[in-house]
Design a protein around this ligand. Structure first.
Ligand SMILES: Cc1ncc(COP(=O)(O)O)c(C=O)c1O
Length: 385
């Protein structure tokens, strides 16, 4: 499906928040489509009218969860029974990291461009379970940087598909292929990739993939999903369990987990949010078309990067193989000052403190004109410093 400038305008009319500022923070939380709010409200009204207990409510719950899994599975080319619905990327990552039966001295390879969502659980596992964390420096040759750290103690590689700090697309297919030769599994933090670049978990050969609802998928906050490859389900022991996790149990301590991924859904979720997530993904897949979204996200981001590279006084942090996020430093001024000044002028971007730079998220609904405005405003900041 092809979209022209006029269609971008019509898409934007369905995303009211993009008119409140020049919205370049989708890597934080994307704008909500009107149709998603309607889906949330529809489920809220259902609950208001019918209550939340009883046969009808139970059927509705089953339906929403199943239909949402179907949409997520379509988005990443998984089977629906390889998907569990979560509250966040962080939760999905924790399900995997706390579900592995670690032995003291087991090694995990991660990278130097990871989000705390990956790092913090690893730090705690190091403290409590005695795992060893190895950090690959991705700057030069990411595949070699990761794979060269593998040894006979390595159990897992835990890395992003797209780095939250640099926007770099990490070659996870190559990394996974090599990791599997050594019997090492791969957990992907998909927070900045889901909805920004194509994800085909089968083609990539991925073992575990965790995504958020609220970022590039333009879904509600408090939603996400985790993919676990079929063959690996039994490798991940549920850490949080409850009545939702089991097919049956008795009061003598016998229980049987659900055969599928619903074993990780220990208790009741907030269904209106999940209905909203389903609606957002459906809108992207069917209402707009993800191929167009991926192409547009790529080309707008690449144009921004190319233009920034031409400006003396701006250091571009983002490498050529990037998606969605463009990180750069406006030299000679404090980066948080730059974020504040741009915000006062109606341009919404964020600071990446550890790299002393700013990050603009450019999504499918952003316009060429907005990208030009950002560039002009950065030029002005340089002139007025
Ligand atoms: C790479 C990365 N991982 C994880 C997260 C955390 O996402 P969530 O809030 O869905 O847990 C973020 C975003 O904040 C991120 O950019």
């Amino acid at each position: 499906m092809g979209f022209d400038t006029k269609n971008v305008a019509s898409i934007r009319s369905l995303l009211p928040a993009v008119e409140a500022s020049i919205f370049m923070n989708t890597g934080g939380s994307g704008p909500l489509p009107v149709s998603t709010i309607e889906a949330i409200q529809e489920q809220q009204t259902f609950e208001l009218v019918n209550g939340r207990m009883g046969k009808k409510a139970m059927q509705q719950r089953k339906l929403i969860l199943e239909e949402t899994r179907i949409e997520i599975a379509k988005l990443i080319n998984a089977h629906t029974d390889e998907i569990t619905i979560t509250h966040s990327t962080t939760q999905g990552i924790n399900i995997v990291l706390w579900g592995i039966s670690w032995k003291q001295g087991d090694e995990v390879i991660t990278s130097d461009v990871e989000h705390p969502a990956v790092l913090l659980p690893l730090y705690v596992l190091k403290e409590r379970q005695g795992i060893i964390i190895k950090t690959a420096e991705l700057r030069q040759d990411p595949v070699n940087a990761v794979v060269s750290l593998i040894n006979d103690k390595t159990r897992l590689i835990a890395i992003s598909h797209v780095s939250y700090s640099t926007g770099e697309v990490i070659p996870i297919k190559e990394i996974t292929q090599l990791a599997h030769r050594f019997d090492v599994s791969v957990l992907i933090d998909g927070a900045q990739s889901a909805g920004a670049i194509p994800i085909d978990v089968k083609e990539l050969g991925i073992d575990y993939y965790s995504i958020p609802g609220q970022k590039w998928l333009c879904g509600p906050q408090g939603t996400g999903a985790l993919f676990i490859k079929h063959e690996l389900l039994e490798e991940i022991k549920p850490s949080f369990v409850g009545y939702g996790s089991v097919e049956e149990f008795d009061f003598n301590g016998t229980y049987r987990f659900h055969r599928d991924m619903s074993r990780f859904e220990a208790a009741l979720p907030y269904l209106p949010a999940i209905a909203g997530l389903k609606s957002s993904i459906k809108w992207l897949l069917e209402g707009i078309g993800v191929n167009w979204i991926y192409e547009r996200t790529q080309s707008l981001g690449e144009n921004l990067r190319k233009e920034l590279l031409k400006i003396q006084g701006i250091t571009v942090v983002t490498p050529a193989k990037a998606a969605g996020l463009t990180s750069f430093r406006i030299e000679g001024i404090e980066q948080d000052f730059a974020v504040d000044m741009l915000s006062k002028q109606g341009v919404s971007i964020r600071l990446i403190k550890e790299l002393n730079c700013v990050r603009a998220s450019i999504a499918f609904f952003n316009t060429e004109q907005e990208v030009e405005i950002l560039i002009d405003k950065c030029r002005q900041l340089l002139q007025n410093k």
